[in-house]
Design a protein around this ligand. Structure first.
Ligand code: PEP
Ligand code: MG
Length: 567
């Protein structure tokens, strides 16, 4: 069993095809005719550009225009005048085209790979890709061809370059394994777009796996099993078949409104972690974004992201989602979410310490950078602000005051924003649940964060297996808390949603319908399945089941009753 970065969800089972990289080594020489050498370079470049253009055309059909545009960066790096001048200068000073190309692109590679911003660092892979393409042509070498593969191939390659991914024969590739790359690399983005399970950065996988080995790739968990037992193979085959059948059947729910069997409409939105995830939300037919965990922008950076950088990220999501609602949670730092450069002091009990809205309100100047960015982005879509880990009413009041301050500043600067931007509470603490009636008066919406609410209600750490029997949404204490929060919100006439994992739990959905939950925010791949589950229940049926369930005294009894009633 090997582990790596879970870059693209799903289970892929197939036969390893270890792609051998071409030998691009060369012996430098001094050309007799510099002009002819420049011609060699120019012709390699023109050929590379023509090939890339053809790739873009193919990709536009397979993965869509936006992702295909990624390859545009290759054309830019290949035709860049600065790089060309450098190559020509080197040739004039006596270098052969191979060496001139190597040196110029290596310099750009080093420059990009040392940049602080991860997105820029990832561009280094594009630079390397262009260098490989040009060198291969100059040396008359064939690049790894992934466009013609036998059925059920598991592609195993040291580095999956964007151009290799672009050529991949989607129908025949069961999974992708690499030794490099992170979740935000272009290869990962394209793999997700193609819905090919992928595990990246698996150490030494090209030497540990041999051509022809049977591989099980779990792209959701980031696991690879090579020497599997027949029993394991059978288990994963069944699971993969089940997932495939379920996925195909769910297509009937695409483009349909989300409503109960008796026609009560619900809002079905997606949880996202970075702006690119908005594409997945749209593709899976989400009706908006119910939780954008903005801390990922902070975690992916080396220092606090500037107002402009944050604005660009929020604006991107707003534009992608058009007029659909987009709830962005302000920085939820601390607890299990560490951001090294913030230098937060170690605490005895970080889950009950200086975190989330507590940290933000103690650092108002820093918080206002985020609030201003959110307000500016609100001019481009239906952005709403959500405050995490609220435990007291004054916290939400103080956030709203800061929002007002930011509005006044932006107005004075002549910057556009949505005057009526909504501010809501993420209800994820027992305290917020107990004062939900008062909070509802101050808020424009609620979204229940069951992941934390369960933990804090049951005093059971969400990451500790030994108390896992307590950490469940089926605990009567948790159910009563959910009922109360939803009722308080509904009485005040505000939308109550849920963005914790429980929102997509098919067993719990009838109970949530009965309580009157208005919005379900789930991971993008769960959208269609959640729409289906909601469609199976009438309010009356859900009420009857919930009445029974609320009389039960233990989590096991609740779960058993819900399982028995499941449709
Ligand atoms: C939650 O607590 O339920 C939630 C959705 O937020 P996170 O998992 O990011 O804490
Ligand atoms: Mg939380």
């Amino acid at each position: 069993m090997y582990e790596g970065v879970n870059a693209s969800d799903g289970i892929g089972i197939g036969v390893a095809r270890v792609a051998v990289e071409p030998d691009l080594s060369f012996t430098p020489f001094t050309p007799d005719d510099a002009e002819a050498e420049k011609e060699r370079f120019a012709s390699a470049r023109d050929k590379f550009v023509a090939q890339t253009e053809a790739q873009i055309e193919r990709m536009t059909e397979t993965v869509g225009e936006e992702v295909a545009a990624i390859m545009q960066a290759h054309i830019e790096f290949a035709t860049d005048d600065g790089i060309k001048d450098m190559v020509f200068g080197s040739i004039d000073s006596g270098m052969c085209a191979e060496q001139a190309v190597s040196e110029a692109y290596d310099m750009y590679y080093t420059m990009f790979s040392q940049m602080e911003d991860e997105l820029f660092r990832e561009r280094a892979a594009d630079v390397a890709d262009v260098k490989t393409g040009l060198l291969a042509d100059l040396l008359g070498q064939e690049l790894v061809d992934l466009s013609t593969l036998p059925e059920n191939s598991v592609v195993v390659v040291h580095e999956l370059t964007p151009s290799m991914t672009a050529d991949i024969d989607k129908d025949n590739v069961a999974a992708i394994l690499t030794e490099t790359g992170g979740r935000t690399s272009h290869s990962a983005i394209i793999a997700r777009q193609l819905e090919i399970p992928a595990v990246l950065s698996v150490p030494d996988i090209t030497s540990n796996v041999k051509n022809g080995d049977m591989c099980i790739v779990d792209g959701t968990k980031g696991k690879v099993i090579v020497d599997q037992t027949p029993k394991e193979l059978e288990k994963y085959r069944l699971e993969a078949n089940r997932l495939a059948e379920e996925k195909a059947a769910l297509e009937a729910f695409r483009g349909q409104p989300t409503k109960t069997a008796d026609g009560i409409e619900k809002l079905l939105v997606a949880n996202i972690g970075n702006p690119e995830d908005a594409n997945g939300a749209v593709e899976h037919d989400a009706e908006g974004v119910g939780l954008f965990r903005s801390e990922f922008l902070f975690m992916d950076a080396k220092e606090l992201p500037s107002e402009d950088a944050q604005f660009a990220a929020y604006q991107k999501v707003a534009l992608r989602m058009k007029d659909q609602p987009v709830i962005i949670r302000t920085l939820d730092v601390g607890g299990d979410k560490e951001i090294p450069y913030m230098n937060l002091q170690a605490e005895e009990n970080p889950f009950m310490g200086y975190r989330a809205v507590r940290y933000c309100l103690a650092n108002p100047d820093q918080y206002k950078v985020q609030l201003r960015a959110l307000l500016r982005a609100s001019a481009f879509g239906d952005i709403k602000i959500m405050v995490p880990l609220v435990t007291a009413l004054d916290e939400i009041r103080q956030v709203k005051e800061l929002v007002e301050e930011c509005k006044a500043e932006l107005k004075a600067e002549g910057v556009q924003f949505n005057e009526k931007i909504e501010v809501g509470t993420m209800v994820e603490t027992p305290a917020a649940s107990l004062i939900a009636d008062d909070l509802a008066e101050e808020c424009d919406f609620f979204s229940i964060g069951t992941n934390d609410l369960i933990g804090y209600t049951m005093c059971a750490d969400r990451g500790n297996d030994r108390v896992g029997y307590l950490y469940t949404v089926y605990q009567p204490a948790v159910l009563r808390s959910l009922k109360r929060i939803i009722e308080c919100g509904n009485e005040a006439g505000i939308l109550v949603g849920m963005c914790g994992e429980a929102a997509s739990d098919p067993l719990l959905i009838p109970v949530l319908i009965s309580f009157g939950l208005g919005e379900f925010s789930v991971s993008a791949p769960s959208i269609l399945r959640t729409r289906k589950t909601i469609s199976l229940w009438t309010k009356e049926e859900a009420d009857a089941l919930t009445e029974k369930v609320l009389k039960l005294k233990t989590a096991n009894e609740v779960k058993a009753a819900l399982q028995a009633a499941a449709k």
